[in-house]
Design a protein around this ligand. Structure first.
Ligand code: ATP
Ligand code: MG
Length: 432
């Protein structure tokens, strides 16, 4: 487990006369009773000392003084570095080298380029706590307490310089110190506030919320990569509808998407199944904000830029929108067209959005009969291009039309075997 690995590192640092604690998210999560994603260590040892003390280490955030140290532990992640000479692939849990981020206590200046702080200075645990964003993220824990008593720690081994424990108990998300100043140093913290509030089911402290409302427009100064990354984290939790709603309440929706602020109701997003992927969630959000008719390729291009969407997500988003627009004609569609729609890539995601729009009743009612008609949605074609060439037909636009048409005939049961399909093609080609 990564907690053991982090504790081993802390012990080594301690033996060499340094202060070292678990820091940030893992302390918060343990106190909330949820499994932390990872365990970070913070120490007063400078980065070069950390690197000297741990042979298996590498700098990862040089601007911040963060060293990745590989420490022995049971690593649940398969991609971690295997121990030398250790056979992999056995069933029992294996001792592996777990990557742990070890950061030197630091203060940070403002993020004037929207990407990284202008200056970083190494400091004490207390000042390091104060440069963190929210009180619940500003806690340290001494995992060696009470075996080696730490006078700064409470009964849980927690070291709290910022009032984080009380806020955890009252489920309050609060900026550390003066909220205007803290958001002014790094406007991305406004999005992080939304993410933590909705993920944990907390309430935003009123003066923290007010500061965000006042400063929301400055979010556009943050790099699009950071905004997009934060939005993805937010929307890939089960609390995406609440996140979109809170973004809007705090007037962060406009600067996040590079659009105007809207007072939209998140009804599609609220009804969307948790099985929906990121692109389907973005689609639902776009429909809530603008309606299906205005969910166009041009808007997808704008969102892609605003959120630094990957090619994959953009393609999926476009595909879902095309399929939604096609599904509007379901009632008048031929059987072949219906089957083609149902077997398209990402149709499952489209259907989740269509259901959330409460428009999928007819499709849901008609689908079983289309699947179980003895032909199926996407049978192997009875004829292919090679057959057409064998008939002396020249590849060209007619070629594809013939193949499409004969496949439609197959999907609808108008041709049922290869001979009939070949005859069908011969007949059509001679006619046209
Ligand atoms: P998660 O479980 O989502 O990883 P986390 O609290 O570990 O939550 P990280 O983004 O991994 O969040 O950051 C680790 C810690 O670093 C935070 O708990 C917080 O103390 C601090 N931190 C991260 N980003 C910022 C920021 N932009 N401004 C101030 N402090 C930050
Ligand atoms: Mg983390």
């Amino acid at each position: 487990m990564s907690r053991d690995a982090a504790t081993t590192i802390i012990q080594t640092l301690r033996e060499h006369g340094h202060v070292a604690y678990l820091a940030g998210g893992c302390v918060r999560d343990r106190l909330l009773g949820v499994a932390p994603k990872d365990h970070d260590v913070a120490t007063d040892a400078p980065p070069d000392v950390v690197q000297k003390l741990f042979r298996r280490s590498q700098p990862v955030g040089e601007a911040f003084g963060v060293i990745l140290v590989y420490a022995p532990g049971i690593n649940p992640n398969a991609d971690a570095e295997p121990q030398r000479g250790e056979a992999s692939g056995t069933d029992r849990p294996q001792r592996r080298f777990v990557p742990i981020e070890v950061a030197t206590f630091r203060t940070e200046g403002v993020y004037s380029d929207g990407r990284r702080p202008d200056e970083v200075n190494f400091t004490t645990a207390e000042h390091d706590a104060q440069r963190r964003d929210f009180t619940i993220n500003g806690l340290f824990e001494d995992p060696l307490h009470p075996d080696t008593p730490n006078p700064d720690a409470d009964g849980h081994g927690v070291i709290d310089y910022v009032g984080g424990r009380a806020d955890l108990e009252s489920k309050t998300l609060r900026a550390i110190g003066d909220p205007d100043r803290r958001f002014g140093e790094d406007y991305l913290r406004m999005l992080r506030a939304v993410r933590f509030t909705t993920r944990l089911g907390f309430t935003l402290d009123p003066s923290t919320a007010q500061a965000i409302r006042n400063l929301s427009k400055f979010l556009s100064q943050i790099s699009r990569e950071r905004i997009g990354g934060e939005l993805q984290l937010m929307l890939t939790t089960p609390h995406f509808a609440a996140s979109a709603d809170l973004l809007q309440q705090l007037r962060l929706d406009g600067p996040t998407l590079n659009e105007d602020h809207l007072d939209a109701e998140m009804s599609v997003l609220t009804r969307l199944s948790p099985d929906a992927g990121y692109a389907a969630k973005l689609t639902a959000w776009m429909i809530d904000r603008h309606g299906l008719a205005a969910a166009t390729p041009a808007r997808v291009r704008r969102w892609r830029k605003a959120l630094c969407l990957s090619n994959d997500d953009t393609d999926t988003l476009n595909r879902i929108l095309r399929q939604l627009h096609a599904a509007e004609d379901w009632a008048t569609m031929s059987v072949a067209k219906r089957k083609r729609l149902l077997s398209m890539t990402d149709w499952d995601q489209t259907l989740l959005v269509w259901r959330a729009m409460k428009r999928a009743d007819a499709i849901d009612a008609d689908t079983p009969a289309l699947i179980e008609d003895g032909i199926g949605l996407a049978p192997a074609p009875l004829v292919d291009g090679a057959d057409l060439i064998a008939m002396q037909l020249k590849p060209g636009p007619l070629f594809k039309t013939l193949l499409d048409q004969v496949y439609d005939a197959q999907l609808e049961g108008r041709v049922t075997d290869r001979q009939a399909a070949l005859a069908w093609v011969r007949q059509s080609a001679s006619e046209g």
